[in-house]
Design a protein around this ligand. Structure first.
Ligand code: PXP
Length: 258
């Protein structure tokens, strides 16, 4: 598959570092996981340098930038410290995310309305340095409008609420959440924003979201690293790639023919 219809897979290696840090020491190495992920078909590597450094550390990010041959997507909070590290690291992309110390994972999208002016400054500064900025947002029309006004070329839609509804067999809520994603993707891509999606995706949800033809990239971590315990990382990624390709094939059959 090629051209604009190709759906990229960014593999998030944070939780390899979580496992390493549980013991201290150097094993397992998230950079080794990144190399394997690329061999298995990942189009890029995503890593989140959290303020508390609970998984990825500064040295991991520097090594990822030095060693991997595919694009590095640096997830970070829009703080002065993180901007300084990103400007020093010069990753291909930065995904700006909200961050609360007490949360277990990134629980919601950025407050792109309340934080508009600050996010605009950070987005402009990173953009001038040649870093492609994406804003991790809730799938809402207001968030898309604010993202456009901020000037980011890319948005990443938070799929967590949809995946959570499915995991809890809440079919009506899941249908509502998916409809939100679908509507927002159509609107955002129509306005020239590149759309990515991520959070909580597994084989089935990745296949479904891949059927939305405007989505250009999925970023997936926790499920893949968990699955790797049972099948190995390469097999898990190959299976994810296949699920995404199956979903994308459905997209070609649906929206292009309406
Ligand atoms: N995209 C963003 C912006 C995230 O913050 C995360 C979680 O770090 C992911 C994607 C990946 O989510 P998951 O680990 O649930 O696949």
């Amino acid at each position: 598959m090629e051209g604009s219809r190709y759906l990229r897979l960014g593999v998030n290696v944070d939780h390899v570092a979580t496992l390493r840090n549980a013991r201290g020491g150097v094993f397992p190495d998230p950079v080794r996981a990144a190399h394997l992920a690329i061999e298995a078909g990942a189009d890029g590597i995503t890593a989140h340098l959290r303020e508390d450094r609970r998984h990825i550390r500064d040295e991991d990010m520097a090594r990822l930038k030095r060693e991997i041959l595919k694009p590095l997507n640096f997830e970070m909070a829009a703080t002065d410290d993180m901007v300084a590290i990103a400007l020093d690291t010069r990753p291909h992309a930065c995904c700006l995310v909200p961050e609360k110390r007490s949360e277990r994972t990134t629980e919601g999208g950025l407050d792109v309305i309340g934080g508009h002016d600050h996010l605009k400054i950070v987005t402009t500064e990173l953009g001038k340095a040649g870093v492609r900025v994406s804003l991790f947002i809730e799938p809402s029309l207001e968030a898309v409008q604010a993202s456009r006004s901020i000037g980011a070329p890319v948005i990443e839609l938070h799929t967590g609420a949809w995946c959570d509804a499915l995991a809890h067999h809440q079919s009506e809520r899941a249908a509502r959440e998916f409809a939100r994603i679908n509507t927002v993707v159509t609107l955002a891509s129509g306005q020239g924003l590149e759309c990515h999606a991520g959070h909580g995706l597994d084989f089935a949800t990745a296949k479904t979201v891949a059927s939305l033809p405007e989505i250009a990239e999925l970023n997936i971590g926790h499920f893949l690293i968990g699955e790797a315990v049972f099948t190995g990382l390469k097999a898990a990624i190959a299976k994810m790639r296949a699920a995404m390709d199956e979903g994308r094939a459905l997209a070609t059959g649906s929206r292009t023919h309406v």
